[in-house]
Design a protein around this ligand. Sequence first.
Ligand code: ATP
Ligand code: MG
Length: 265
Amino acid sequence: MSDVLELQDVSVVREGRALVDQVSWSVKEGERWIILGPNGAGKTTLLNVASSYLYPSKGTATILGETLGTPGTDVFELRPRIGMAGIAMADKLPKRQTVLQTVLTAAYGMTAGWQEEYEDVDEQRARAFLDRLGMSAYLDRRFGTLSEGERKRTLIARALMTDPELLLLDEPAAGLDLGGREDLVRRLGRLARDPIAPSMIMVTHHVEEIAPGFTHVLMIRQGKVLAAGPLELELTSRNLSLCFGLPLVVERVGDRWTAQGLPMS
Ligand SMILES: Nc1ncnc2c1ncn2[C@@H]1O[C@H](COP(=O)(O)OP(=O)(O)OP(=O)(O)O)[C@@H](O)[C@H]1O
Ligand SMILES: [Mg+2]
């Protein structure tokens, strides 16, 4: 069985600086990963490599068995196999399209271009995913009028539309209120535990956003891997403190996580 994602010594260099610095990381089938790291650590850059939209400057990236930049790999065949929901995607989508149209266009690998000849079966799928994300009441609303949380949920439904083998989520809970965050964590937890759901990689800044069902964590700082492995082994106070550069205490509470800074002495 091939890996979902295999990065070997991957660096992304821009203006002489390594944004991602010699990262070796492998994601196996059945694993669901969290990426943690401070602002500017290289999380989104790494996710862009995993989505096949960014080629490494050095090293090799193999996604769903296809190695980027080799003659046998056609990224246009690979991309529909990967679902990506992130802030960058939201900016590319037409604000005037309805929520239903926004999700439906994903079936055709487009960010724009509403056409008349969508299949009924696609529309049913789009409705089902929107329902799963709690967006059934918003089908005819224009995408541009949605709140942050509603937009996030629409983007996840959209990312699921191509039935991806790998789902990449960049800070899906950022900007949500407490209720919205808890609702999203619950929905992601359900997805993460679904045996037929895609492999998942989620970037977050907050351990509170780690849904039950996620299994592994990758911590990065200044483009470098600081820790990688099962959550219960690697999500420690020591690793988190090193990652964010201040003394932190992380605790497991039931099937969730919480972290806070140590009081100043
Ligand atoms: N094209 C580029 N040219 C130069 N620097 C870039 C480029 N793209 C990103 N960077 C820089 O690379 C670093 C990593 O960016 P990235 O977006 O991956 O960080 P991040 O970990 O996702 O941060 P955040 O938590 O703020 O989203 C940042 O310092 C950013 O300014
Ligand atoms: Mg980012």
